[in-house]
Each structure stands twice: as C-alpha cells, then as structure tokens.
Design a protein around this ligand. Structure first.
Ligand SMILES: *Cc1c(COP(=O)(O)O)cnc(C)c1O
Length: 376
C-alpha cells in the first residue's frame, strides 16, 4: 500500500491552525457584543490596510468583484463608456465593467502575463474612460507605462490587485498607483477572509467619501440616502480575521517568494517548460500563483501525471474571458488574442501557499522531472 505522499494545491487549514485561538477570541467578542455589521473591527482593519498599501484611505467591502464595481461607479463610469482591461484576467474584472453598464474593451497580454501596454493606443476611442491593469498571479502590471498612457489620454486607472496584496512596483505597494486600487479577500488569496470579502484603497478624499456611501445604500448617516448604492459592506467577523492575518502578510509573502525561488532553482534545467518571470528592481511579485508553461501540448498529460501522485494543480484560466459563453456578445473569434489563447493551453499553476515546505516543493519538482524523463 504505497500511497503517494501528495501535495495539496492550497492548504488553508495549515494557515488556520496557528491562528485558531486568536481568531476564536476575536469572534467570541463580536458574537457577545453582536456588532455584526460595521463593528469597530471594520474601521480598525481599514486603517491597518491603508497603512499596508501606503494609501490615505481604505474601505472594506463585500468582495473583490464589488470593489471593482464600486470603483467604477465612484468614478462615474457607466452606460456608453468603455473600459480597457486584459483578456487573460479572471472574469470578475470584466463582469464589473459590464455590471455598471460599460463596455469591456480587451487587450492581449505579453509573455509575462501582463496587459500588453503597446496595444493600448490601438483600442482607445472617444468613449474610453478607464484602464484596469490586473496584477495577475501576484506580479505587478507595468504601472509606469499604464499610468503614463492614462495621464496622456486623461483616463482613470483602477488597479485590480486582487492577487497582489503587498506586491511592489519600483518599491511601492500596488493599489496606490492608480485612482483606485481593488482587492479581493477571497479565502484563497494572499490575504483571505473566512468567506467573501474585499477592499478598496485610494488617496483621493472625494472618491473615498463616495465609496463609503456606495457600499452602504448610498448612506453614511442612517436613513439619509444620497446615492443609489449597494449593500456591499465588509462583515465585522471577516474584518476581525483580516486584521489578524494582515499582521502576518509580510512574512507569508516572503515565504511565497522563497518558495518561488526554490521552484526556479529546482526546475531551471527542465526543458519543455517555461518558468515564470523573475523579480527585478521594478517588479516584486507576491506569487499568489506559481504558473509554469508546459510546451508541446504536454500540459494536460503533466497535470494528470501530477494528479496521480496526489499533487494538486490548477489552470488560471482555461477559457479566456473573450471566448467564454458569457461574453459571446462581444463577438470575439478564436485567434483574436493569440498570447492569451496560446497560454491558456500551456499554463499550469503549481502548489503555492506560505506554509508549503521545502520537502513538498521537492516532491512536486521531482514528479515534474520524472514526467519529462519518462516522456523522452
Ligand atoms: C479573485 C479575483 C477577483 C474577484 O474577487 P471576488 O472576491 O471573488 O469577488 C477579481 N479579479 C481578480 C484578478 C481576482 O483574482
């Protein structure tokens, strides 16, 4: 009975165990004082998160998708407006644009999975109002180029930092480069709640005030509704978890970075795969995902091989937004965004979380090497 040891793709329990007591104390307090909605933990977390992002303001909201919706609304973006984003993002980026009535305008990504800034000029129109760069897999988009282009054309920038809490571009944390930065605290993200949660950061006082209203039925004073808003508050219980976890985020991100470095070292000689871009002085990734590309149509076979050893993997994302059923109305054909589409057949996300051990990483890389030796 030689069961393979296996390595999970993500192990949320490993993160919960050491925090258990602290979380339960915080939960008990909230349960006892029944401050479920907009309790003081929300304000406390917002202050800490703004500090973490080096921004003036942070607002807790219900999830990352809502963060994007509220950001677009706060900037006055709606019907007949166009918003540019990357074709290789998670669908929520695009959905948010559609949900406010605007039109998502997609551009292809480059070989580093970032929105290809060279394509911005070819898609801009009179209707373009904003760009949403996505810091996919935890690596910042080219914020210098995006912000310069936006400034030149008087466009807003909303960063989708849902996968990049704490990543830095030229030493500055992402989220504060654009007009508004949006975060998801979905459980599997680098900073994750115990349910759905999201956050918005900005340096603009007026936008901050509007977002505070939008998330709570257009109101900051009970029953005084200034705007048609949403019910998109951050739960007090989630804020308490997030505040506890935020204190560990730098350490956890550093662990992910050392795991990524070990993967790079152990896999650098394997032919048949392309490793993710490495950090430099400009780009500092927090490795939400460690995504390799598997060449020669071997991706599915490798994934199956790893699965048989109990090694969890993922594909982020198998169907590009423009080819999904939901967006058939945009009318894109296969072949429109060749990098995004080719990568969708090659990308494979390996196990990545702060608590991953060196031994587990060796288990993964040994299994990958064995696959390619066997394939020869
Ligand atoms: C997770 C994610 C979102 C959406 O966040 P939710 O909290 O699940 O609504 C948006 N954009 C990207 C890039 C994400 O990874």
């Amino acid at each position: 009975m030689n069961q393979p040891v296996g390595v999970p793709f993500l192990d949320l329990k490993a993160q919960y165990e050491p925090l258990k007591e602290q979380v339960q104390i915080a939960f008990n307090e909230i349960l006892n004082n029944t401050s479920y909605i907009m309790g003081r933990e929300v304000t406390m977390f917002e202050a800490d998160f703004a500090k973490f992002c080096h921004t003036k303001y942070a607002v807790g909201v219900a999830n990352g998708t809502d963060a994007l919706v509220l950001a677009l609304r706060a900037l006055g973006i709606g019907v007949n407006d166009e918003v540019i984003t990357a074709a290789n993002t998670f669908i929520a980026t695009c959905e948010a644009i559609s949900l406010v009535g605007a039109i998502p305008v997609l551009v292809d990504c480059d070989s580093n999975y970032n929105l290809d800034v060279n394509q911005l000029a070819s898609v801009i129109t009179d209707k373009t109002k904003a760009i949403i760069p996505v810091h996919l897999y935890g690596r910042p988009a080219n914020l210098a180029a995006v912000c310069a282009f936006a400034k030149q054309h008087q466009l807003f920038v909303i960063e989708d930092a849902s996968q990049a809490h704490g990543a830095t571009f030229k030493g500055q944390p992402v989220g504060g480069f654009g007009d508004i930065g949006c975060f998801s605290f979905y459980p599997g993200k680098n900073l994750g709640a115990y349910g759905d949660a999201g956050g918005i950061v900005t340096n603009n006082e007026h936008l901050y005030a509007t977002i505070c209203k939008l998330r709570n039925h257009g109101s900051i004073k009970k029953y005084h509704h200034d705007l048609i808003g949403y019910n998109s508050r951050l739960d007090t219980l989630q804020a308490a978890v997030l505040q506890i976890k935020l204190g560990h985020l730098k350490t956890w991100n550093a662990s992910r970075q050392s795991h990524a470095a070990l993967y790079q070292k152990l896999l650098c000689d394997v032919s048949g795969i392309i490793l993710p871009p490495q950090d430099d002085d400009t780009y500092n990734s927090v490795h939400h995902l460690f995504v390799i590309r598997v060449l020669n149509q071997q991706r599915d076979a490798l994934q199956e091989h790893l699965g048989k050893q109990g090694i969890g993997t993922g594909i982020h994302y198998p169907i590009p937004v423009h080819l999904s059923l939901a967006y058939r109305e945009l009318g894109f054909n296969k072949g429109t965004f060749s990098n995004t589409e080719n990568q969708a057949h090659e990308i494979l996300s390996l196990p990545m979380f702060a608590e991953l051990t060196q031994e587990q990483i060796h288990t993964v890389t040994d299994a990958i090497k064995l696959f390619f030796v066997g394939a020869k």
